[in-house]
Design a protein around this ligand. Sequence first.
Ligand code: GLA
Length: 661
Amino acid sequence: MKLHPPHLIATLALTLLTTHVLAAEPETVWISSLDLSPIVQGWGQPQADKAVTGKPLSIGGAKFERGLGTHTDSVVRLDLKRGAARFSASVGVDDAAGSDHATISFRVIGDGKTLFRSPGMKLGQPARKVDVDVKGVKMLLLLADSRGDVEYGHADWADAKLLVTGERPVTVAHPREEAVVLTPKPPRTPRINGARIFGVHPGHPFLFTIPATGDRPMTFAVDHLPKGLSVDASTGQIQGRIEKPGTYTVTFRVANQLGKAKRKFKIVCGETLALTPHMGWNSWYVWEGHVTDQIMRAAADAMVSSGMMDHGYQYVNIDDCWAVNPSSSDPTLGGEPRDAQGKVNANQRFPDMKGLTDYIHAKGLKAGIYTSPGPLTCAGHVGAYQHEELDAQRFAEWGYDFLKYDWCSYGSIAKNPKLPDMQKPYRLIGGILRRLDRDMVLNLCQYGMGNVWEWGKEVGGHSWRTAGDLGGSFYGIPGALFRDGFDVYASRELHKYGGPGGWNDPDYLLLGYLSNWKGATALTPLTPNEQYTHVSLWCLVAAPLIFSGDITRLDDFTLNLLTNDEVIDVDQDPLGKPGRRVAIDGDLEVWARDMEDGTKVVGLFNRGEDATTMRVKWTDLGLKGKRIVRDLWRQQDLGKYEGEFKASVPRHGVVLVRLRK
Ligand code: GLA
């Protein structure tokens, strides 16, 4: 045996001892000292040692020096590498939240198991202590949700820290998802798609183009067209005027070299427009202040060339920024705001509005425009205040078919508005539009004030925004999708209000390339599964399908999301009965919609952070007996089921099925 000199043995012993002591002595790792960039939240940016507002962390009057300030719905993913022993924090609503709207639920989840769940916490309540064992946990999630409430979800994880005995933890992004196109391409043989019913006022110009997929050239015919209408055999455009009110059931027929198709269609000449939710494109979320006449023409071209029109998309709508901006130094936005008669002028980016709508109409599409009842629009362009009648006439002369009427600066006219003040501008424009000699669909945009869904239709609206801007804080879209799409809708029971002639509008489809508000575009921040969720939910609740990404730059995945005819059929169902949430179990929600043919469409939504098996029970749907279950995204029958249907649903994803006998 080799002998070591005594000092070497001493050093070795000391080293062993220190290592041992170090390993046993846990290190405190403050969550706020980690990289916060992978954190996902519904508004603003996560803050280290501050609230989301940038102010000091403060809960129920108590201040905290350290911690993490987030905004609901937020997800912090921590890879603990199985090296931590405990997680602790004091959680609550930050005192600077500004309103007591939010009820926040805090959760800590370790490898799929709930380790801590707070009750719903409100502004002003003292912080709750979290102190949980995380030994052996690999993935730790810190979640703050404000289910059922909309704003001011300032969620603090004060003093949030880990006791670490092994490897240091890191924050990580959610797992990457492949963008998988689930839907087969439409066949080359003819197929008629889109709405099955269409409303028009007596004596007004009629335009409806039969949406059909399949190889071109294609011929179109319509049996039993009412008097006053004719169809163009090569384009499928039906035009004319019907004088006599009534419901006319016609048959569309289309044929190409490979085959033919027919489908019944109802034309209802009467008082109600928008018998199904509007389908189209809007310029705002991709072009915002940069919109021009050329952009709008290119959008109309793309509506045709992308094939979106063949699936039922009709409207090509300009949003804000076409009128003069009195305070802009950009000459292309300047000029006389109104003509000698007081009618609104377009800015120089729109030199020929009539020419533009003629261009759109020639393709069999419809044109939409935007203004505000206030003196200025949200982006500071001229609004319609005190010129409502003249401006509506101008829109009609220009040939517009759709008006979005956005509250914006009307807040300076009606300060602290009561319900009648909120209704006034919309009632006014609704009446004016109804007296025009052309049909104009009216979209109320006032972010859900005064429960607009209760009176939007009565004042002349055909749809009403139910909440704020879905994409207002670009990177907050995933949170807003769940908050405004699911929670606002379910808590306010909005299914009771939408229907033929007036629809709940949770805002546009934020897919594909969207503005990043810095003059460039970027792909939607929604994950592929969130995008399936977005479209599925919009169709289940009968929302307008208005795409607001770059229509000239559609990748296969985005186009597939927008053009699955079986999914669109859900949205456009002629019964017009919006779906609702029929079951909820934590993060798992089942939504269902009754269809005109007696079938049911069901969405199994997993809002949780891990894939899981979900089930829908027939008892939740009021069903008995066997049903054939069809997967609508894959357009595939899955088999016959009795009593319940089960499926694995990915993180933030959906399985959308239709149940028939
Ligand atoms: C508001 C609306 C948006 C958009 C912008 C335009 O924010 O809600 O949809 O129209 O104004 O400025």
